[in-house]
Design a protein around this ligand. Structure first.
Ligand SMILES: Cc1cc2nc3c(=O)[nH]c(=O)nc-3n(C[C@H](O)[C@H](O)[C@H](O)COP(=O)(O)OP(=O)(O)OC[C@H]3O[C@@H](n4cnc5c(N)ncnc54)[C@H](O)[C@@H]3O)c2cc1C
Length: 380
């Protein structure tokens, strides 16, 4: 007996794909909707912490992700000086436990492809180009209206999971007014060849940017990033974007000298603002529930966003598969297990960003990082 026999999952990112895998594996009929034309329409690299790796293993994809990622167990700190001097090398917390690396870097589209393929392999039906437009619920189910090139369609499900990201349509359809707020920082990211001496993430605090960092994603590639005061960069042409990132990178050395030379039209340079938000209460309204960035987001200062989305899916699927009804008890258990943990991660990520924005050198960064690592080391 499970609490549901049919579920629509809206959004095929980390959170939605994970929910689809676990529910389909548990015998639930799952339709996974995504407004994108296909799985490849994502970009850039991602840093995935051990607790997320542990969840990827639970999803049955860790072996394959391992082949498409770069693992490391330490973090370097460098100075914004002409030599890119290494100031410290710190062992990274193994938040997934001793069996997994502390951190992996990966190319996002690779992980997305692996997750969606797994969802299909365990029986979820994936619908691309399928935009969820409207929903209406009663005591026994949810009527979902979605559109594709052919027109508007309607289907009924026992439950709808809104895993449709930062600007969630499902959140809006539920009338939840919480919205991501900009925190004042913007990030340049580029995907470039790996300098041979880049074998872990190194961060540089200071110089013209708050943070200059990189993360290896394979033997061949890394993604590099520069965090600055948020600015309207929308009017820059692709060439101007590359030139701007190169100019900002001039202050950084060591591997950055090689990275800077690689910043050209092939580097997939892009610019995004940091945001944060949290639905500080239940993430469901009746039989519709939000997970992942639809429910919470934070600046990636501790790289836990994807991990939190994966864990939301894990806990939700566990409760739905173990339960026999979609009732208040189930939602209370979900809220109790997810809200405090996600809230702690959002607040810690915001605190780290605020210390940087205020140039506050007295903030207890190691203490805060240690507390978050301890929290997320405990399985969700
Ligand atoms: C600059 C930046 C860097 C980051 N770096 C890291 C990092 O290094 N490590 C980390 O853990 N986290 C990082 N994060 C956070 C992380 O990217 C997110 O937390 C995570 O990707 C969210 O996954 P999700 O599945 O909730 O949503 P998403 O990945 O956003 O997926 C939502 C999906 O829903 C689909 N969708 C939207 N609307 C509809 C609709 N109406 N109908 C159907 N489909 C719809 C979209 O097409 C999309 O595919 C970063 C975030 C930012 C902004």
């Amino acid at each position: 007996m499970t609490a549901v026999s049919s579920v629509a999952v809206v959004g095929s990112g980390f959170a939605g794909a994970a929910a689809a895998i676990l529910l389909a594996e548990g015998g639930v009929q799952v339709d996974l909707f995504d407004a994108k034309p296909d799985v490849g329409a994502l970009g850039s690299g991602i840093t995935i912490q051990g607790n997320a790796v542990r969840t990827l293993d639970r999803l049955g994809v860790w072996e394959e992700v391992q082949q498409h990622s770069y693992a490391f167990d330490e973090l370097g700190l460098r100075a914004p000086d002409p030599a890119g001097t290494v100031l410290a090398v710190i062992p990274d917390a193994k938040t997934g436990g001793p069996d997994y690396p502390a951190t992996i870097g990966a190319y996002r589209p690779d992980v997305a492809r692996i997750l969606v393929a797994r969802a299909e392999a365990v029986g979820a039906r994936v619908r691309w180009d399928a935009k969820v437009e409207h929903l209406e619920q009663d005591d026994t189910g949810v009527d979902l209206a979605w559109s594709d090139g052919q027109g508007l369609h309607r289907d009924r499900y026992d439950l709808v999971i809104g895993a449709d990201g930062l600007h969630s349509t499902v959140r809006a359809l539920l009338g939840i007014e919480v919205q991501p707020k900009r925190n004042g920082m913007g990030i340049w990211r580029a995907f470039v060849p790996r300098p041979q001496d880049v074998t872990r993430t190194d961060l540089v605090y200071g110089g013209p940017c708050y943070i200059a960092g990189y993360c290896p994603t394979s033997e061949d590639r890394i993604y590099a990033y520069l965090v600055e005061d948020a600015q309207d960069r929308t009017l820059l042409s692709p060439e101007e974007q590359v030139a701007t990132m190169r100019r900002l990178a001039e202050a950084y050395h060591g591997p950055w000298d090689e990275i800077r030379e690689s910043l050209d039209e092939h580097a997939a340079v892009n610019y995004t603002w940091f945001t944060s938000h949290l639905i500080d209460g239940p993430w469901n309204r009746g039989r519709v529930v939000l997970i992942g960035d639809a429910a919470h987001s934070c600046p990636p200062t501790i790289a836990q966003g994807a991990a939190m989305g994966l864990e939301d899916a894990l806990v939700l699927a566990e409760l739905l598969l173990a339960g026999d009804a979609v009732d208040e008890g189930l939602w209370q258990r979900f809220t109790d297990r997810r809200l405090p943990r996600a809230k702690a991660v959002v607040e810690a990520s915001m605190q780290l960003a605020d210390w940087q924005l205020q140039h506050d050198r007295d903030g207890d960064v190691p203490g805060l990082m240690r507390r978050v690592a301890e929290l997320v080391s405990t399985p969700a």
